[in-house]
Write a protein that binds this ligand. Sequence first.
Ligand SMILES: Cc1ncc(COP(=O)(O)O)c(C=O)c1O
Length: 445
Amino acid sequence: MTFRTLPAVPQAALEGSMRDFRVMEGIDLLERCEHFFAWQDVRRQSGTWPFSRSTETGPASTCGVRDDTGTLTEGVNFASQDYLSLSSHPAVAAAAKQAIDVFGVHSAGSPALVGNTSTSVVLERRIADFLKMEEAILFPTGWAAGFGVIKGLVRSEDFIVMDALSHASLQTGAYAATRNISLFRHNDLENCRDRLVRIRNRSPKCGIMIVTEGLFSMDSDTPDIEGLQALAKEFDATLMVDVAHDFGCLGEDGTGHIGIQDMLGKVDLVMGSFSKTFGSNGGFVATNSRAVKEYLRFYSPSCTFSNALSPAQIATVTAALDIIQSDEGAELRRKLMTNILSLRSQLSDLGFETYGEPSAIVSVKMGDEALARMTARALPHVGLVANLVEFPAVAKGSARFRLQVMANHTPEEIQAAARRVHQAYLIARRELETNEAADEKRLSA
Ligand SMILES: Cc1ncc(COP(=O)(O)O)c(C=O)c1O
């Protein structure tokens, strides 16, 4: 593949982060957004803003992608979270179409009123059974489930002890529920215990929720779930685990790290999303208590006051679940894992470090934001669609590419992804060196 030289990148595009615009100056709420827009536009115009892109085909393994300047490029797609490739499975699509014929396109009500259909009730039962829990309740999205389970159960006098890398939905729910939030060091049980000791000494009567994820979506690592549940028991706390990225696609039977760690049915609260493996928007919370399910339905605002999943979404998730629990699902998980291991090993052979344990998220270390942004700029030109992750989603200096692997990626596409990351990285290094040399020349002139 030949690569044409791209225009020079202004230094401003390589500096700053979205964090800089969280606190905004000025009294005009709308005008304040201009500061962010100006910075974003420098990046957009120089090709270093790899966000807000749209595919021409949905999450196919090779696809056309249009950036928000309107430019269309083609590439192998490692930026979609459709881990078992079920969103394009013929049986899943057929189920969604049939549901529209039977129930129409809309649920037209919240689950607290008459938004559920007979099929949503069955899906709740099946999700609970799959996790060996007593009950499950559906939410319109995974975000709504994460936010809602915390906001629904935790009150302002209670405490939340949360892994510092927990997803934004969980953190937003926590800050909406209470000011008493204690972040423990990522996957560090001792640090979690220290915080619980301090809280219980000070507040023997408060409620405490411990929050973590089954598989962390930036680092691809997992906590000791059994250890955290034991801590919850010891301190009269409640453990909540977000399984958005491992439920359905990891473990021999698809029950993710909760299953792998032999904790099915033993975790206080399990919250998940359908948007990574089940081919649809949607989320759920599973519990061993009917009382908790009923309480969430009427006190979790993102459930109570939001429209229920549509019949087509319910049918999509149910058909995806049929496959996930079948031999075909097991075969898709094996294919996915083969792809994951192959991609990690090819990247490593090319000198790249990948984070965490093998999962559908293969995070490739870049480090420096400027280098990562320049690499992101080169990626569309070498034919790879991948997501850049930078501060504040990860720590400063820990920029990375998050390659999301799908079961339907072919060996050739896996090889192309590894090679193209390398190619883009070399281009970026060369361009940065040229930029620096030009700067030095200017300064000494
Ligand atoms: C860990 C985690 N929890 C929750 C969510 C939210 O899920 P959804 O996209 O279904 O709203 C995500 C999605 O990005 C996630 O990564």
